[in-house]
Structure formats: structure tokens, C-alpha cells
Ligand binder design. Structure first.
Ligand code: HEM
Ligand SMILES: *[C@@H]1O[C@H](CO)[C@@H](O)[C@H](O)[C@H]1NC(C)=O
Ligand SMILES: *[C@@H]1O[C@H](CO)[C@@H](O)[C@H](O)[C@H]1NC(C)=O
Ligand SMILES: *[C@@H]1O[C@H](CO)[C@@H](O)[C@H](O)[C@H]1NC(C)=O
Length: 501
């Protein structure tokens, strides 16, 4: 028996060694294949690539140094994945706009492939560049654009939510951290779009949805989820996958429940919301087996609207409030413009933007400085691509460093300062800037840009029309440096609101 076990062990051991040697050889061949025209980068270890060379307490600094050493287009390798990083306004603009289709694909996210459906990733955000993505994106864009659904327009829904949030702010007796309330309001806008109506802030179903979302967000940005995405075969270990993705499963179950409620009460003659509009589309293509308008895609697209449209907008609003605390003179200039153009009675509308260059400039500068998604989402080359003399093969991950554009020293007068004049000309008129790309650009640019701009403008002007933000007297001046993660968010701070009316 003992002999048998030792034989077994030595065999397993041999097998293991052979396996590892094979991997080394494969790895070596793979890295040779890239050839001499591949963008330069630091030498990495087999398997691991450059992961041990990154200073995880300050990754931006590591990459900044790499950029200095290798130039605006350089490569790094994480495990098996080769990535090319693009830095600066010129390079990113050329890639995102002139080469939009070349980099329009997304790398695989194995965790998501298992989530809604077997096989290919569905929805929009992480979908591969192809027919399904095109149809889903076009549908979502037109549906949001023509949103005259049910009883209210999109603008009315956002305006309504801004009023509710403001009342909530004003009803706080003590100083408070606005994160939670802002999150509620922004999530509610997406609820209103997808489910037809907003929730009361204390609605049980709503609170459950928010809790699920927070849990899912935590799980997704966790280390385990990232490892699962880097090393796909780990996804076949069921308990590991389930452990990481449990909040996502529950979220998907919640959305499924909402969808099936819609199906039960559906009236093709009266479209209440996004889900209804989608059901109409599904009905139209019922006979067409190749259509991408399926229940799975409905589920994943809805999921995407929530995951892409809530955290982003609410983080930006938190930056806006923070900058008002830190720059009270800017805050009073915005209030002065609001009083002059809108007054204290009428509710702000999108039509007011054109008359309010200063407020518009402040919101743009909040987005530029907040720089909330510094590396956008990863792209992947859809076909072989040549750029600035480099050859980047199909299937290479591309990181577009939006931060390096929003803070490019060659473009902005004061790249590292909050300086609304970046967006004003000498006559005080609003001045568009080409390097303003917080929503990215090109084929994969943010689908919710219009909605996000509407939310930022209407929430921000509604706040400052009705109240003034102040640092509570017993609190230190809040910090301006962000918390580094996938998104850059402000350090927690407390506010006091003083009613203006
Ligand atoms: C201030 C708020 C927002 C910012 C800064 C923002 C920014 C971004 C960025 C940087 C990307 C990645 C683009 C790329 O890969 O090149 C993106 C993608 C996306 N965003 Fe937003 N976003 C915001 C709000 C929203 C909202 C409100 C929605 C929903 C209605 C939304 C829906 C999406 C979708 C669906 C994508 C994926 C597009 C695709 O892959 O084709 N976003 N957004
Ligand atoms: C992106 O750009 C910023 C600002 O220039 C820089 O600090 C950071 O290291 C860059 N990140 C990468 C991944 O190159
Ligand atoms: C990108 O396209 C624009 C307009 O088509 C053109 O003027 C510009 O020279 C192009 N830039 C590069 C670097 O190819
Ligand atoms: C929808 O409207 C059409 C024509 O106006 C009518 O024939 C049909 O019965 C209506 N369907 C429902 C479910 O109300």
C-alpha cells in the first residue's frame, strides 16, 4: 500500500513537472510571437508577467515611471494577458477616435460569461464587438433619447428626483455624510427608467436592491474576482465562483423578478419604461431566431444600466459637493448665476445650460478633476493594428489612460488644480475642450453620457438654488486626494446644509 502511494505521488510529481515545463515553453513562445514591433515594456517573469513589479500601494506611480522609461505607448503583462497602455491626449485621441473600430472589442470577463447566460458575454458594457452589442447599444441609445415613456419625460424624472433629494438634505438636523442619500437618488433615476417609477427612499424593495448592488460592487472590485478573471480555469471550481459571485446572482434574481412582473402586466399599447420597450422589441423579432433581443440580453442590459449608471454619477456628484466645500467663492458665483438666470422659484431645466456658462464650466471642471474612471474600461484590439510604428496584434488588451488626457500638462493650463476657467474663454463664454473625455470617446464611449450630463446639471443647480454647502465647524477641511480603486472617489466627508429660501 505504502509503495502504491509513493508510486502515485512520484507519478503525480512527474506529471506536475512536465505540466509546468510545458507551460514555460508555451509562455516563452507566446512572448516571442509578439515580435520586435510590439510596444516596449519591462521584462516579466514567466506566468506572472510584471505583477510583482507593481507597487500596489501606489500603482499609478509605478505606471508613471514605466511611461517615463518606455514612452506614451508601452506594454505590461499580467499573468498571460499582454496589455498596451496609451498615455496622453494625442495618442489616446488617435486610438479612440481615428482607430475606433480597431480597439472596439473588450477582453473576456469569464466571471460575467457565467452570470446571465452560458457562453458569450451579453449585454452592452462587457460584450464583444459584434452584432449583438451593436443592436443592444443602438436600442438602448434610441430608447433613452426618445424617452417619452409612460407619463413623464426623462428630464421630468430627473428633476423630480433632484427635488426629493434636496428636501432630504434640508431635513437633516445635524451634519451628515451625503454619500448614502446621493446614491439613493441616483439609483432611483435608473429605477424610474427601467421599472417605470421611483421608489420612496425607505421602500423595502428599494433598500434591498441598493444593498445587493453595494455587495455586488464590493465583490466585483475584490481581489478574488480579479484573479478569477485573469485565470479563467479557476471559474470551473464551483464553490469558488459561487462564493465570489453570490451577490451578483441575487441581483440577477431581483432583476428577473422585476422583468417577470412586467411580462405579467404588459400592455403592448402602453409602454411604461425601458423594460416594456424591450418587450415590444422582443415581440417584433419573435420569429427571427438570430435576433439578439432575448430575455438574457434584456436581463444583462438592465443590469448594465444599473452597474454603469449609478456609482459613476453619484461619485461625480460627491466630487461636486466636495469642491463646493473647498472653494466657497466658486459656490457663490454659481449661486449668483442661478439667481440671475433661473431665480429662486422656477425649477432648473436643461434649456438653462446655454445661459449658464459659469455653472457649466464648474461641472466640467468637477468631472475633469474628479477623473472618476482613470483607465476607462479595458478595450481589446478587434484586428491587428498599426499605430505610431508599433504593431499591436488582434486580441491585445488596450488601456486608454483617460486620466493622462484629463490631466495632460500639454493641454491644460493648471492640470492638477480645480480651475473652472479651463472651460471659459476671455469673454466668460463656455469653451469646449477636445481633451475633455471623462466619458471616453469613439465607438465604446459612454452610452449614458446625455443622461449623466442631465443628472449632473439638474442635481447640481437644484442643490445650489435651494441651499449652501458648508464644512461643519468641528470638522477639518476635507481632503482633495482620492481613494484609489477602479473608480476614484472622494475621501468620506461630512457636510452641513444651510437653506437659502
Ligand atoms: C458621470 C457619469 C458617467 C461617467 C463619467 C461615465 C463614464 C464611462 C466610461 C469612461 C465608459 C467606458 C468607455 C470606454 O470603454 O471607452 C463608460 C461606458 C458605459 N457607460 Fe458610462 N459613465 C457615466 C454615466 C453613465 C450612465 C448614467 C449610464 C446609463 C444610462 C452609463 C452607461 C454606460 C454604458 C452602457 C457603457 C458601456 C458602453 C459600451 O461598452 O459600448 N454611463 N461610461
Ligand atoms: C495614467 O496617467 C496618470 C497621469 O498622467 C499617471 O499618473 C498614471 O501612472 C497613468 N497610468 C497608467 C496605467 O499608465
Ligand atoms: C485623425 O483623423 C482626422 C480627421 O479624419 C485627421 O485630420 C487626423 O490627421 C487623423 N490623425 C491621425 C494621427 O491619423
Ligand atoms: C391595442 O390597440 C389595438 C388597436 O388600437 C387594439 O386592437 C388592441 O386590442 C389593443 N391591445 C390591447 C392589449 O389593449
Amino acid at each position: 500500500m505504502a509503495e502504491f502511494i509513493s508510486l502515485l505521488f512520484s507519478n503525480v510529481f512527474l506529471l506536475g513537472i512536465t505540466f509546468i515545463v510545458c507551460l514555460f515553453i508555451l509562455d516563452f513562445m507566446k512572448s516571442r510571437k509578439n515580435g520586435s514591433h510590439f510596444p516596449p515594456g519591462p521584462r516579466g517573469l514567466p506566468f506572472l508577467g510584471n505583477i510583482l513589479q507593481v507597487d500596489y500601494r501606489n500603482p499609478a506611480e509605478t505606471f508613471y515611471q514605466l511611461g517615463k522609461q518606455f514612452g506614451n505607448i508601452f506594454s505590461v503583462q499580467f499573468f498571460w494577458t499582454k496589455m498596451v497602455v496609451l498615455n496622453g491626449f494625442k495618442v489616446n485621441k488617435e486610438a479612440l477616435i481615428n482607430r475606433s473600430e480597431d480597439i472596439a472589442d473588450r477582453p473576456r470577463f469569464p466571471t460575467y460569461e457565467k452570470l446571465g447566460c452560458a457562453g458569450e458575454t451579453k449585454g452592452i458594457v462587457l460584450a464583444h464587438y459584434g452584432n449583438s452589442w451593436k443592436e443592444q447599444r443602438r436600442f438602448a441609445l434610441t430608447t433613452l433619447r426618445n424617452f417619452g415613456m409612460g407619463k413623464k419625460s426623462l428630464e421630468e424624472r430627473v428633476t423630480e428626483e433632484a427635488q426629493f433629494l434636496c428636501s432630504e438634505f434640508k431635513s437633516q438636523k445635524y451634519q451628515f455624510d451625503p454619500t448614502y442619500l446621493i446614491n439613493n437618488a441616483v439609483s432611483n433615476v435608473i429605477c424610474s427608467i427601467t421599472f417605470g417609477d421611483r421608489f420612496e427612499y425607505n421602500d423595502e424593495k428599494f433598500l434591498r436592491l441598493l444593498a445587493l448592488f453595494n455587495a455586488a460592487l464590493k465583490a466585483e472590485s475584490g481581489l478574488l474576482a480579479q484573479i478569477l478573471n485573469e485565470i479563467p480555469f479557476l471559474n470551473h471550481i464551483p464553490w469558488l465562483f459561487d462564493r465570489v459571485m453570490e451577490p451578483e446572482y441575487e441581483l440577477v434574481a431581483f432583476l428577473k423578478e422585476m422583468i417577470s412582473e412586467h411580462q405579467k402586466t404588459w400592455d403592448p399599447n402602453y409602454t411604461r419604461d425601458f423594460i416594456d420597450a424591450y418587450l415590444v422589441e422582443m415581440e417584433k423579432v419573435k420569429e427571427d431566431g438570430s435576433s439578439s433581443f432575448t430575455e438574457t440580453n434584456l436581463l444583462m442590459t438592465t443590469y448594465d444600466l444599473f452597474s454603469a449608471g449609478t456609482e459613476t454619477t453619484s461619485t461625480t456628484l460627491r466630487w461636486a459637493v466636495l469642491f463646493m466645500l473647498l472653494y466657497p467663492d466658486v459656490q457663490s458665483k454659481v449661486q449668483e448665476e442661478i439667481d440671475r438666470v433661473i431665480g429662486r422659484e422656477r425649477k432648473p431645466t436643461m434649456g438653462d445650460v446655454l445661459q449658464m456658462p459659469y455653472t457649466n464650466a464648474v461641472i466640467h471642471e468637477v468631472q475633469r478633476c474628479g477623473d472618476i474612471i482613470p483607465l476607462a474600461l479595458p478595450h481589446m484590439t478587434y484586428r491587428d493594428m498599426e499605430m505610431k510604428g508599433f504593431l499591436i496584434p488582434k486580441g491585445t488588451t488596450i488601456i486608454t489612460n483617460l486620466s493622462s488626457v484629463l490631466k495632460d500638462q500639454e493641454v491644460w493650463e493648471k492640470p492638477l488644480q480645480f480651475y473652472p476657467k479651463h472651460f471659459l474663454d476671455e469673454n466668460g463664454k463656455f469653451a469646449k475642450q477636445e481633451a475633455f473625455i471623462p466619458f471616453s470617446a469613439g465607438k465604446r464611449s459612454c452610452l449614458g453620457e446625455q443622461l449623466a450630463r442631465m443628472e449632473l446639471f439638474l442635481f447640481f443647480t437644484t442643490f445650489l438654488q435651494q441651499l449652501t454647502f458648508e464644512i461643519p465647524s468641528d470638522q477639518p477641511r476635507p481632503r482633495e486626494d482620492p481613494i484609489y480603486a477602479f473608480t476614484l472617489s472622494p475621501q468620506p466627508y461630512n457636510i452641513r446644509v444651510v437653506s437659502r429660501v
